[in-house]
Design a protein around this ligand. Structure first.
Ligand SMILES: Cc1cc2nc3c(=O)[nH]c(=O)nc-3n(C[C@H](O)[C@H](O)[C@H](O)COP(=O)(O)O)c2cc1C
Length: 199
């Protein structure tokens, strides 16, 4: 077999490669503004430009939200280390699941479904909405409600560090999201968070 074709097949097998998945660059895990500065600058934004985030920013942002920082352990704590969340990233091109191990966004639904991610106008304008979906087979809704706060706050702090706008949101229709994203019965959207450049 041609050496090139063989390598492509091997790469695709290794990364469970699908044409429309988004391979992310390795996240930057150092630098950023000092903690006291980002705490001083953290705030909610509700006016966004539709300018896309570049892949490095997307990768860094998702790592701060739910990446691994030790062997099998996340940047955020979770009660009994249940790690019950899956982060859905809603981009203009589709709805993706963040796979932190492989550092890839796995396409779940193609097309622009941003308006499904919330009830406020800016949701369909901003380039990215994150939806924090808990597996209620793994833990209770009450516990998920507590654990999600760490994820959302990490995203707030990352956004403050790099000058992006963000707002965490509870105002969305969970059933709409479940249907649009094709979620299973046990998968519950707990909070959403819009991210983008401030207008
Ligand atoms: C659990 C939770 C749910 C929220 N839901 C929404 C929401 O649906 N829409 C919105 O615009 N802001 C929402 N917010 C943002 C708050 O309104 C905001 O944090 C608060 O007004 C304080 O402003 P600050 O974040 O700029 O300090 C929510 C915040 C939290 C913690």
């Amino acid at each position: 077999m041609n050496k090139f074709i063989f390598s492509v097949i091997m790469v695709c097998m290794g990364f469970a490669c699908q044409a429309q998945d988004i391979a992310l660059p390795t996240p930057n895990k150092t630098g950023g503004k000092p903690l006291m500065d980002v705490l001083n600058e953290r705030q909610s934004t509700r006016e966004f430009s539709d300018k896309d985030l570049d892949l490095q920013t997307l990768s860094d942002l998702l790592w701060t939200a739910y990446g691994f920082n030790r062997d099998g352990m996340r940047v955020v704590p979770s009660a009994n280390n249940k790690q019950e969340f899956t982060i859905y990233a809603v981009l203009k091109s589709g709805v993706y699941v963040y796979d932190a191990k492989e550092n890839v966004l796995i396409l779940k639904v193609s097309g622009d479904l941003r308006e499904k991610a919330g009830k406020q106008d800016f949701v369909a304008v901003a380039p990215l909405n994150l939806v924090y979906v808990a597996d209620l087979n793994v833990t209770s809704k009450e516990t998920a409600n507590a654990d999600v706060g760490f994820i959302a706050q990490n995203v707030y702090l990352y956004c403050a560090s790099v000058g992006l706008g963000t707002v965490v949101r509870g105002w969305f229709d969970g059933n709409d999201i479940k249907t649009a994203f094709g979620l299973a019965e046990n998968q519950a959207p707990i909070l959403a968070q819009t991210v983008g450049y401030r207008k």
